[in-house]
Design a protein around this ligand. Structure first.
Ligand code: BDP
Length: 712
């Protein structure tokens, strides 16, 4: 017995430092001391000192990040020096730092713009050093984060030659935060912006927010909900916004605001918000001047207009372009921009909702001012677990287009389900629009390769709240991380991103990294399977979107009903969007159009998005549609079970606090996946009248039970 107690004590003493309780606050910037002694020695040799010859707020931020990061990772202080010696990390821009200027990097820096950077192993006065060079200080900060990542992920820094620059200009987080602290579709607590305390009190969390964004290259933040409260533009709120902009500035993070199009009426007391009215234009000009006086580098406006009840130019018979251009003219003298959302659809059930954004915006191609971007959601409906890419990408070659992804999991299990969204993002980005022939992927469109528009952008609707670990689910952080990485380089793979994130967030132990990467990469397909397989969509609980609701048949507008989308009947299931139906396929270029058009060539994971299919239709697996659908639902729940089992298997490899939290969340996910599966299978069975295939576990409760359930 005594020995047992002694052994337990010994084991506790032997636990590596990395296993101490972790509340997730530090995100992927943990900087825990490396445990591999040999590697540690190599890094210490290569990093004996660092040298920075310039000063600015960004440089101060960079120095503090570097000093803290290296102290954490290496376990010792790395001293700052004035002249280089062996093992020195030199950081600077050639126009300010003489030591960097001597390295003649001009030709290599030329193509890297304001935000790119070089990291190279160099010899200076016969001393072996590493240089981080850039054209601007912000490039240096990005370079330092990249360099720290190399160490966090335990890569060799012995002979480096990194040159990278962002492929997309505007890399944005959109907060749907309301001024009362609530967050539309937010599941990680309330807003991190404490409007009541601002501008007097500045929460240190704002700096950590900026650090995290800079570490992944995000350079813009929209602070407030697209369903905008006009008050954000008042003299009461703008000084609060200014304080946030001041905190974020050294980190290269610009502030933007969502505006309400009718603000000239609600705030300005005008009788109209007609964009062609001179007083209205003048009101916005004066408002822009007022903002820029406080925030000289203010980014601009994000606008939801004539969508879901929001005011807009169409209220006055004007077009979206006329509305956007009027605002753009007010911002243009200050170099501000307008992000005008294409998420616009009406209540008319006769016109397929998926057609409407394209039909409304394509005719406006070429009509927007140079400082306007049209912001398009990844799919034509609304952030579903799987949608085909929006046909608008590729359809507006004379307009600057930007992507809007949703990081917060409105339709994917909130912060209760582990769903790594990088695979969803990657699937969209890799989709080929064929706008300019083969290879015209959405990623290429977003890089502006085929456009005469001048701006490029990618935004993610944030999943951040004031919960201690920022995103609620510990794996929710990975989706914030993924958005930043893909906005910097939309050609990255989900695999690479998962690998980096796991190593930085948890550990480099391969017995952990490999299985958990598999979990992450399979997680989204599991969710598609237990929620909306084979192209089903928008069949979740009404309004809350929490849990299944395929039976939802009454709603404030017809195209909010589940039955509108799945069309299940004795004859089959799915939305006919082929040329015999709504002809949504006609919005795509051939050969995509032809592929979607025909039942035989339509990808089965989008089958019911484009077709109404008989229950007895033979799918590629040889199964009837009904059987195939059932198998997908069961594969989804089996997949979650497998994820939970894998997680159980890594116990002891990370801290217990995070381990038990994720374990409990996976349990909830498993339960909710079964609820999704049973609800959908039982409900659709009332139409197919076919048995659940033999060997699949029968639902334990009747449909009426599931219809009465409300998920927490
Ligand atoms: C939907 C959300 C709604 C948003 C809207 C939007 O349900 O809360 O306001 O999108 O993007 O996904 O404007």
């Amino acid at each position: 017995m005594k020995y047992k107690i002694l052994l337990t004590y010994l084991l506790i003493l032997l636990l590596p430092i990395g296993l101490k309780a972790d509340d997730g606050y530090r995100l992927w910037l943990k900087y825990e001391k490396l445990t591999d002694a040999a590697l540690l020695e190599q890094y210490r040799q290569a990093l004996q000192s660092y040298c920075v010859e310039q000063k600015s707020a960004t440089i101060t931020a960079l120095q503090s990040e570097l000093a803290n990061g290296l102290k954490g990772l290496l376990g010792n202080d790395v001293k700052q020096v004035k002249s280089v010696n062996n093992g020195c990390l030199l950081i600077g821009t050639p126009n300010v730092s003489p030591l960097v200027a001597n390295l003649n990097l001009a030709s290599q820096l030329k193509s890297l713009g304001n935000e790119g950077f070089l990291i190279k192993t160099v010899t200076i006065n016969k001393k072996q050093c590493t240089v981080i060079a850039a054209n601007k200080d912000i490039g240096l900060l990005y370079g330092v984060f990249h360099f720290l990542k190399l160490i966090q992920t335990q890569q060799s820094i012995a002979s480096l030659s990194v040159a990278t620059a962002p492929k997309i200009q505007l890399r944005m987080l959109d907060h749907w935060d309301n001024l009362d602290g609530s967050i539309e579709r937010g599941y990680a607590g309330t807003s991190i912006w404490n409007w009541a305390e601002l501008p007097k009190v500045t929460d240190p969390r704002y700096t950590d927010y900026a650090r995290a964004n800079a570490s992944i290259g995000i350079n813009g933040t929209v602070l407030n909900n697209v369903n905008a409260n006009p008050k954000i533009l008042t003299a009461e709120y703008l000084p609060k916004v200014k304080v946030l902009a001041d905190v974020f500035r050294p980190y290269g993070l610009k502030v933007y605001l969502s505006i309400s199009f009718s603000a000239p009426i609600t705030l300005g007391g005008l009788k109209t918000a007609d964009p062609l009215n001179a007083d209205v234009a003048q009101w916005w000009k004066a408002k822009a001047n007022e903002i820029y006086k406080l925030i000289p580098d203010f980014g601009g406006f994000l606008v939801k207009a004539n969508s879901e009840g929001q005011p807009g130019p169409q209220d006055y018979g004007r077009s979206h372009a006329e509305g956007a251009n009027m605002l753009a003219a007010a911002l243009q003298p200050h170099n501000g921009i307008v992000m005008w959302r294409a998420f616009v659809y009406n209540t008319n059930p006769a016109e397929d909702r998926t057609l409407q954004a394209y039909n409304g915006f394509k005719p406006l191609d070429g009509k927007f001012n140079d400082n306007v971007l049209v912001q398009i959601k990844n799919g034509a409906i609304d952030f579903q677990p799987r949608e085909p890419f929006s046909p608008l990408f590729g359809a507006m070659p004379a307009t600057s287009l930007m992507m809007e992804f949703q990081i917060t999991q409105e339709y994917l299990g909130f912060s209760k389900h582990l769903v790594f969204l990088a695979t969803l993002f990657e699937e969209t980005l890799k989709s080929d629009t064929y706008a300019k022939g083969k290879g015209s992927t959405v990623a290429n469109v977003l890089q502006g390769k085929y456009s005469t528009g001048k701006l490029t952008g990618m935004a993610g609707v944030s999943n951040i709240g004031n919960s201690r670990n920022w995103c609620g689910h510990p794996f929710g952080q990975a989706n914030w991380y993924a958005l930043g990485r893909l906005a910097w380089n939309p050609e990255l793979t989900a695999d690479t991103i998962a690998d980096e994130w796991i190593r930085m967030t948890f550990c480099n132990d391969n017995e952990f990294v490999a299985p958990i990467k598999t979990v992450m990469l399979q997680s989204r397909e599991n969710t598609v399977n237990y929620m909306t397989p084979m192209g089903l969509h928008h069949i979740m609980a009404y309004d809350t979107h929490n849990g299944p609701g395929p039976w939802v048949d009454t709603a404030a507008q017809p195209n909010w009903k589940s039955t509108y989308y799945h069309n299940a009947s004795a004859g089959g299931i799915g939305f006919n969007r082929a040329s015999t139906g709504s002809d949504a396929v006609g919005q795509y270029f051939p050969p995509v159009r032809d592929e979607f058009e025909k039942l035989e060539t339509c990808p089965e994971n989008l089958l019911l998005w484009f077709h109404n299919v008989k229950w007895t239709y033979t799918t590629k697996s040889g199964r009837t549609l009904w059987d195939a659908l059932c198998y997908h639902y069961y594969a989804g729940t089996d997949g979650v079970k497998a994820m939970a089992k894998t997680w159980d298997g890594v116990k002891g490899r990370i801290d217990n606090e995070t381990f038990t939290k994720v374990q409990a969340l996976l349990k909830t996910q498993e339960e909710e996946a079964v609820i999704w599966r049973n609800s959908c299978v039982l409900y659709f069975q009332t139409f197919s009248k076919m048995p659940i295939p033999a060997g699949l576990e029968a639902p334990d409760k009747p449909l009426s039970y599931y219809k009465g359930l409300t998920l927490e």
